[in-house]
Design a binder for this molecule. Sequence first.
Ligand SMILES: Cc1cc2nc3c(=O)[nH]c(=O)nc-3n(C[C@H](O)[C@H](O)[C@H](O)COP(=O)(O)OP(=O)(O)OC[C@H]3O[C@@H](n4cnc5c(N)ncnc54)[C@H](O)[C@@H]3O)c2cc1C
Length: 650
Amino acid sequence: MALADEGLRVVVLEASAELGGRARSWTHVPTGDVVDIGPHIVHSEYTNFLGFLGRLGTRHLIHWQPKKLITLASHPPTVLRHRPLPPPLSLLPDLARAPGLGLRDLWSNNAPTWRAMKFGEEDVPELDQMSAAEYLKAQGVTQAMTDWFWRFATMAVMNVPLEKCSTAALLRVHAQLIGRRGIHFGFPAVGLSELYVEQSQRAIRAAGGDVLRNARAVSLSQNAVRLEDGREFAARVCVCALPPAELEALIPGVAETRAFEPSPYVSTYLWLDRRITDEKFWALLWKPERLYYDFYDLSRIRAGWERRPSVLACNLIYSHRAADMDDVALAHAALREAAEFAPLARQARIVHSDVHRIPMAIACPHPGSEARRPRTRTRVPGLMLAGDWTRTRLPSSMEGAVRSGLLAAEVVLAELGLNRRLAQAPKPTDGLAGLVRRATQAYRRAGPVLAFRTSDTEESSMHALLTKVSPSITDMIRADHTRVLATFHRYKAGTSAATKQALVASICLALEVHAQAEEEIFYPAMSSVDSSLVARLIPEHDKMRTLIGAVRGMDAAAAEYDTTVMELMREVMHHVADEETVLLPQAERVLGERVAELGAKFMKRRLQLMAPHAGELTRNKARALPKTNLLVIAGAFIGAALLLQRRRRA
Ligand SMILES: Cc1cc2nc3c(=O)[nH]c(=O)nc-3n(C[C@H](O)[C@H](O)[C@H](O)COP(=O)(O)OP(=O)(O)OC[C@H]3O[C@@H](n4cnc5c(N)ncnc54)[C@H](O)[C@@H]3O)c2cc1C
């Protein structure tokens, strides 16, 4: 579609008689209802998929569930909602109420959560080696947390058991789910094919291209594709958007396809004689004998079905365990398991059922497979790869499939000399999760910042080195903000006077150095862009300096010490908000490449300003920061959980 929109003549060759692949729908003859291959779900971060529907004019056909993330069939049910807390804390209040999870279980989840917040693509080679089960065990996650949360989440989202899932693949998804504000699910209100098949076919044909069904490609030469029936199509470039086994059959050895075992599904549809629930979508928690995980009542989802009795759709994921079951047994098992959440199902009668066996729903994200996902460009000139399993930085999904297509379109256009940005990257995380990720990025790019001295002769080579390794000035400023706010969070009214004093000394020094480096390097660069904002920020620094002077002159045991520190913290937060919401984004837009050069200068100046205080800094850290950052976050988690438990008891 994207290529047709750019005016290229596109011919789509589809082996099957129907378009839509693993995300298609058809009519169930006995009822006349349109059913999908299996129920599909989307979420609010499917930017590429939703953009595709937007282009086709069908985006409004997604039925959203904005007020909650998911209903889990615990007893009583656990409804996970995003509360107005910064990610990743927003789901914690509901998790803290979940039956079957105690504080120790929640606490044990801090390590993987912290790792997910720091996660970036640079972590994939290391984390991909290990199964998620091994990883969680090594991190000390309790059995209850593993069974209640991770086994269910891995099966439902990654479509494999925990023991068979790459830690990299799982933590990447976890990072998105806990790190994006207000993420929520949506369901197609029509059959999947009705969302895009006819519309995209029409658009491709209108641009002079064609869409051929029953057109299986069997061989590929440099400039032509040959079909099973002998027809040949010449093409300048070819995008193969095939699943791994089909790609291997067509072009052996072009990708490491053997790393991708299929995850089979059984999707079951039940037409019942009555309404059994008002819920659109719920999920059953893991247990060893569990068959189906996700359930949808289409009578609550499909447009115009509101008055009908329940029509249930459910997925039996990684369905090897049901290989010997016949359709009748599968249908009755689906109704029995539906009753674990909706007891009225026990009285319901199945009027019709339809069981779909799908040999491959997605390629399993086994350990080692993330690093083997193929890139768009291949070693064969003019041949690109696409498909949900290629290297999209997303799990195999409709979003991944669309993003892979857009990435391929970008490469095709680049080959033709046209530079276009079509694919949307997954959005960065928000809130605390975003801060942690940004600080991690800045730290990894710069390496640990040690105080060191440079001689004059080393000056220019050091500058060149710093320019290469230093993060942008905007990243450095954000990382400074993160560090100082994290230190503020450690300041508690009940802490000993000595610890308070050490924390405040660290904070004050960091603020002074940061403010001076900003005034010398960043503000002059920005004053030509937004002189009025810069003029407002300098007095904020002065106010901070006055408060720093005041707090330094006080006894930490004095009554007014806490209020002065809090006043300083408010000033800093106000200043951080001004910079992060207006000035830094503006700098990134306007300064372009200069942000790296200014970053090097900023880093060097910070080091110079910090150097005379190195001893003091180490002493303060030893007195005030005996625990790692992990515990800062862990403390926040557990603090919130305790608060909630107390409230629940009240
Ligand atoms: C039951 C089920 C439930 C799912 N649930 C979800 C969900 O909730 N959310 C979500 O986002 N994703 C879900 N998925 C995954 C999603 O459907 C896939 O990730 C996505 O459809 C993959 O698209 P694709 O274009 O990469 O591959 P496909 O859809 O497999 O397309 C490949 C096409 O290539 C054709 N082909 C194969 N060989 C040849 C050849 N030699 N010549 C020509 N054509 C050929 C095939 O016929 C097929 O049409 C689910 C999948 C299933 C099956």
